[in-house]
Write a protein that binds this ligand. Structure first.
Ligand SMILES: C[S@@+](CC[C@H](N)C(=O)[O-])C[C@H]1O[C@@H](n2cnc3c(N)ncnc32)[C@H](O)[C@@H]1O
Length: 276
């Protein structure tokens, strides 16, 4: 899809969401406090409307009645890892739309155990997960993370690691994941973390790319199972074909890739969008 059409569709969707949650309070804020506050209010309302907030009411949202992924404890998926203890985590306080601290702990524990030469993250944002996973890589390991090109002065991609000693282990890529040329990274990552696109089609495409990048013996993780509708529905459908799990107590989906046979299966899926 051409970039302009994609961004027009995105803007129309945002406008639709804004209209859906518009109310008198927005108008009052617009008049009394100006457009910045009104837009902020609309943004937060749209997020609640789409289920990012009110965790205690998640079970009432219709699309959350259809969890399909089997639940598995982190310990059963990665035997030998001590998930009863947290690894050291940098910037543990919750971040808006970011991974929960205990999810960072799970991911860091897995990286610490697998000691992959490369981890690939889709969606850098502030770089909090990138930094925390880089901390547990082996000496020669690298964390490759991608986000859209910076748009100064409002874009702070990766700022958590900008001045951090671990910066040398992080390779920041800029570009659209769906258009990026991933050929040099094929079959090279011990862990792939999908955390960029949250609509159904986007997250499915992200998944298709991830399948071509992961190595045998590695694992793929998705953020937002149960907290973003698109990702949740996409993983539900994927679980009809592949053994994806929902890690108990988290919003992480996980697919372990135990051997070459499993990896080839993912490559076929990646090429065809299904196993056929
Ligand atoms: C939820 S945030 C990522 C959070 C980050 N992984 C963390 O744990 O802190 C999603 C990020 O994905 C980026 N993103 C969304 N669509 C993208 C695309 N098509 N290509 C590259 N980056 C994208 C957004 O700019 C945003 O910074």
């Amino acid at each position: 899809m051409p970039e302009e059409t994609h961004s027009l569709k995105l803007r129309l969707r945002q406008l639709g969401r804004a209209i859906a949650v518009m109310n008198l309070a927005t108008v009052w804020l617009l008049v009394s406090k100006g457009p910045k506050v009104a837009v902020e209010y609309l943004t937060q309302s749209a997020r609640y409307f789409h289920g990012f907030g009110f965790i205690w009411r998640w079970h009432e949202l219709p699309w959350r009645h259809h969890y399909r992924l089997p639940k598995a404890s982190a310990a059963s998926l990665f035997p030998g890892v001590d998930f009863d203890h947290s690894p050291e985590v940098w910037f543990p306080f919750p971040r808006n739309l970011g991974v929960y601290t205990h999810e960072l702990g799970v991911l860091a524990n897995v990286v610490n155990r697998l000691q992959p030469k490369r981890v690939i993250e889709f969606g850098t944002a502030e770089g909090r997960t990138a930094l925390n996973l880089a901390a547990y890589l082996p000496a020669e390991g690298e964390l490759v993370t991608i986000d859209m090109p910076p748009k100064p002065p409002t874009n702070y991609v990766g700022f958590f690691y900008w001045n951090h000693p671990l910066k040398s282990k992080i390779k920041q890529l800029h570009g659209d994941i769906l258009r990026f040329d991933w050929s040099t990274y094929r079959n090279s990552a011990g862990v792939v973390f999908c955390d960029a696109l949250d609509d159904y089609e986007g997250s499915r495409e992200e998944t298709r790319i991830a399948f071509g990048l992961v190595q045998a013996g590695g694992a793929i993780f998705w953020h937002d199972y149960g907290s973003a509708e698109g990702v949740t529905r996409m993983l539900n459908d994927l679980s009809r074909e592949l053994p994806v799990c929902h890690i108990e107590g988290t919003t992480l989906g996980c697919l372990a890739v135990p051997d070459e046979h499993a990896r080839e299966r993912l490559c076929r899926w990646s090429a065809n969008g299904s196993e056929r």
